[in-house]
Ligand binder design. Structure first.
Ligand SMILES: Cc1cc2nc3c(=O)[nH]c(=O)nc-3n(C[C@H](O)[C@H](O)[C@H](O)COP(=O)(O)O)c2cc1C
Length: 339
């Protein structure tokens, strides 16, 4: 049975990749991922703010020694709170490349092309097999139109692509007015893969202290559906590889991602919960399911549940929406039906 797949031009024995997480921070942890059988590893991110602080002494154009910016800059971690500084990050990649043979994907995280261009090159020279650009941002400026955001993101990808030889994956947030068109713009800008999606780390509110509470929750399978929807819409309609990130907890989730159209399946929360050997369960579950369906190759399954063959996807989505609302009756309490 052939579970191999291609992702950002890399041939992988199966689709399960350790996504960006603290596992990437230590050489011994990455070695454990390789020994357990993960197909590739995405390292934790190096943040744009770290790079500019290190090289220009500024964070988002603000000088930390200027009292004027003290309040804004106090929100950011201190340089020592990051696991690796920019130069140490590049060195870490070189050491990893000597120690493991699975592909190592570096990760840069930010919202402007500054400093990434220079640092992207350093990551490439350090030997990374590919680079994941995490374009996480929450646009709260009410004067910024969506078009400006989209043009800037596509522009970043174009600029980074122009100077790097290694493949570029772009990890995106889901909340766009027309994500399909954004994906097409990333395609035109030269992205080699689109990673669906960043999780938005939305704050809760503590009703005792009246203050927002920011904490990290690991995901569960319920987060997968948003990703499945966009995999299914994009599969076969854009050139870049598609990876899922978010909500893949069980082998069934991994299989669903493939059926939606994923070339690669990134996993973090389940890896943190169950440890590196979780990849065994994922692989065995996939193989059992392929055998049951008599699929010899993963490619036969990929995209089977996508909308590739649906002529009018917008009408299809609208019809599904109306049908979904009608399905509430299954949950109605006895006597809860209005008719
Ligand atoms: C502890 C932790 C650290 C993470 N660090 C990064 C990071 O450095 N860069 C990044 O792009 N994503 C990071 N992520 C996000 C994950 O890569 C992933 O997109 C997200 O957790 C959703 O996948 P999951 O449902 O499998 O957890 C982190 C997630 C967790 C839980």
């Amino acid at each position: 049975m052939d579970t191999s797949t291609s992702y950002v031009g890399l041939r992988l024995p199966h689709p399960f990749i350790a996504g960006a997480s603290p596992f990437g921070q230590r050489l011994d942890a990455v070695k454990r991922l390789e020994d357990a059988g993960w197909a590739a590893v995405v390292l934790h991110s190096l943040f744009e703010e770290q790079i500019t602080a290190d090289y220009d002494g500024r964070i988002r154009h603000m000088d930390p020694s200027d009292a004027l910016f003290a309040e804004e800059l106090a929100y950011f971690p201190h340089a020592d709170d990051y696991p690796l500084g920019p130069d140490a990050y590049a060195e870490h990649i070189s050491r990893l490349k000597q120690a493991v043979s699975i592909p190592v994907i570096g990760s840069l995280n930010g919202t402007s092309p500054e400093s990434w261009l220079k640092f992207g090159r350093i990551i490439e020279q350090a030997g990374a097999d590919a680079l994941e650009l995490n374009l996480y941002e929450c646009v709260t400026n009410l004067a910024t139109p969506g078009e400006a955001v989209e043009a800037r993101l596509a522009g970043i990808v174009k600029e980074v692509k122009a100077i790097l030889q290694i493949p570029i994956a772009v990890k995106m947030s889901p909340f766009f007015t027309a994500f399909g068109n954004m994906a097409r713009r990333l395609d035109a800008a030269g992205a080699d893969a689109i990673v669906l999606f960043n999780r938005f780390y939305q704050p809760d509110i503590d009703i005792k202290t009246l203050a927002p509470v920011v904490n990290l929750r690991l995901s569960d399978s319920s987060e997968l559906r948003l990703r499945l929807q966009w995999l299914a819409v994009l599969y076969g309609r854009v050139r870049p590889s598609l990876a899922v990130s978010g909500g893949v907890a069980t082998p069934d989730d991994g299989i669903k991602a493939i059926l939606g159209g994923a070339d690669a399946v990134q996993i973090v929360s389940a890896l943190l919960r169950h440890g590196p050997t979780h990849v065994d369960a994922m692989r065995q579950g996939l193989e059992r399911w392929m055998a049951w369906h008599h699929f010899d190759r993963l490619d036969e399954a990929r995209g089977r549940a996508s909308l590739e063959r649906v002529a009018d996807t917008e009408t299809f989505e609208r019809a599904q929406y109306i049908r979904t609302l009608q399905s509430w009756l299954a949950y109605a309490a006895p006597g809860g039906r209005s008719s």
